[in-house]
Design a protein around this ligand. Structure first.
Ligand SMILES: *Cc1c(COP(=O)(O)O)cnc(C)c1O
Length: 266
């Protein structure tokens, strides 16, 4: 039997196997990611139900950092549209290779000189979740105006764990920054608050409660209803707790895409 015969009429399992192109590792991982996303949705539903909340008020942002385009594509093909990245270089490389109806969330620390490449490179950027000072808010506002894109949704990142390694305004500064965005940045839409809890989870409930408290203060001060102020909190290890404590936006990477591998530092 030659290969051609094999291809045309597979006779047994082995010849079928030989005839079909091997699935690449990335494509296989993509299938696993789409399945993992389904189970994340089940867990989101359960957590929402437990808290007496409606799960369609909770957005799942699939955090695809370090993961290949092909995997993002499989999760997209499974119907998902919200994706998150935390490095400008990576999102501006990936976004143009993926469908335009993806709603990208930028969730990483943003430097002033990266604002223009981010906004011009990702026209379908839906939200910047990591605004942590007036300078970066002003820069985003100016560049949105200059390039003439539609107003950009932003969240104010709050450092609720007090760790020096974390970005974000102090909780006491959240009202001031939110007010600045709402009142001085006409091209930005103040949309809520974001936090990353303590990495070892020791104070996660307190961190999440702190963000909810910040929201109460911000809404009172700005005169906006709490439903118009999102809480972005909860990652792979703590998203169910975050939902119980009011999260409207969970950012989930490794539980969907698998553990990340970073090149070893020399
Ligand atoms: C990487 C990252 C996530 C996702 O982390 P996982 O633990 O893999 O779910 C969420 N938020 C931010 C800001 C991140 O950088």
């Amino acid at each position: 039997m030659n290969d051609l015969e094999n291809e045309e009429k597979p006779k047994n399992e082995r010849s079928v196997h030989v005839a079909e192109p091997a699935m690449t590792a990335a494509a296989m991982n993509g299938v696993a990611a789409a399945a993992a996303l389904q189970s994340v949705f089940q867990r989101v539903n359960q957590a929402a139900e437990k808290a007496g909340r409606v799960s369609d008020q909770i957005r799942v942002v699939a955090v695809s950092k370090t993961k290949p385009i092909s995997m993002v594509r499989q999760v997209y093909d499974a119907g998902h549209r919200s994706f998150g990245e935390n490095y400008v270089q990576e999102i501006i490389e990936k976004a143009p290779q993926l469908p335009e109806d993806i709603e990208w969330h930028f969730i990483g620390n943003l430097q002033s000189n990266k604002v223009k490449p981010l906004l011009t490179g990702v026209p379908n950027l839906k939200m910047v979740e990591s605004v942590d000072d007036e300078k970066i808010a002003n820069m985003l506002d100016r560049v949105v105006g200059n390039i003439g894109r539609k107003p950009l949704k932003v969240l104010v990142q709050v450092n609720t764990s007090g760790e020096e390694s974390k970005f974000g305004v102090e909780p006491s500064g959240c009202v001031g920054l939110a007010k600045h965005v709402k009142e001085a940045c006409s091209n930005l839409v103040f949309s809520g608050l974001m936090t990353i809890g303590m990495a070892d989870y020791t104070s996660t409930p307190e961190n999440f409660k702190m963000l909810a408290k910040c929201r109460s203060e911000v809404c009172k001060e700005l005169g906006i209803p709490e439903e118009q102020c999102e809480l972005s909190m909860g990652m792979s290890g703590d998203f169910e707790l975050a939902i119980e404590l009011g999260s409207t936006n969970v950012r989930i990477g490794s539980t969907i895409f698998g553990a990340r591998e970073y090149p070893k530092k020399k």
